[in-house]
Write a protein that binds this ligand. Sequence first.
Ligand code: DP6
Length: 400
Amino acid sequence: MAEETPLTVVTCTAPVNIAVVKYWGKRDEELILPINSSLSVTLHQDQLKTTTTAAISRDFKEDRLWLNGEEANVGHPRLQSCLREMRRLARKRRGGSAGAAAPLSLSYKVHVASVNNFPTAAGLASSAAGYACLVHTLARLYGVEGELSDVARQGSGSACRSMLGGFVQWLMGERPDGKDSVAQQVAPETHWPELRVLILVVSAEKKPVGSTAGMQTSVDTSRLLKHRAEAVVPERMAQMIQFIRQRDFEGFGQLTMKDSNQFHATCLDTFPPIFYLNDISRRIIALAHRFNAHHGKTKVAYTFDAGPNAVVFTLADTVDEFVEVVKCSFPPESNGGQFLRGLPAGPALLSEELLSTVVLEPVPGAIRYILLTEPGPGPQPLDDPNLHLLGADGLPRLSA
Ligand code: DP6
């Protein structure tokens, strides 16, 4: 038996989200206030999630953090912002003042351990799931309820959208204090049951320029970004919400692709320019357009964030055929069995016509694997104590 310590422990999981109207650019670096609203789809945690355990104890000497088993710097300003905000809200909720009246447990130090079930910094929005999970977990630990997306936002802008499931908009807000820069659900994850999401993992390497630095340079130098934020995004937000409400895949898909392309155009308009797409990303874009042209309508829609991996939206009836097309276009090199991960897909027979007009010049090994998933819910508590990442001594149970 481990030594007995008065430990309060909470574990939660939180999802990744993928934007279909992109956030790129801040008007306030400190509070993380964006120059435009954005909209995303929350992905299912069965395939992609962050799990975080937070514990408080009288015995802890200092705040400590472990990321994927490695101890990390707890002094990171954004992490500190989230911790400070959550402690402030906890104090407020208990009716205490910041001083002597605060309950003792709020002065206790916290230990936090967090793991992702997907590669960090692979362009799969790990910081979004990470900060959403941290804020949600601390909220349960401290008994804080209500609007918390504005706290998650201060960890990473896109994290505020991971606080909710389904289809989520992040309203840019107007206030200098950011209180109205919050996430709102547009429709729940059950709204569009046929929608599927394929992540084509091109490379798991670290991205060249991080989003935070990248978007700052874009704000400073790109006239196109200014035009996008002021004149393009407001209209696109309204359109995208309509397409989602009507489950209009044609409209949703077209706008998703155009918005991704415009985001990458603002990256090229940044000076010096930023390149997130690589040759394989561009081949996937061309493949999607050939596939849609073959069908005479929008059957698949790609979007790319600050990295080369493609996220492809499609409907359930198209998954098998498109997976087969990807397999033929980027034949897996050795680990054939592992090529499709996540939800299963069935076999598909491709017509001669499709093969000759859509599958041109295969590039073996260019896609490492496909992860098939769907829209999913927001952060969830994990009630089974066996799943805590911190043991009774407040230290990580599993290393790495
Ligand atoms: C391209 O939320 O990672 O994924 O707020 O600086 O932490 P910070 O940036 P981050 O940027 C995400 C940018 C994007 C588009 C999006 O998710 O909307």
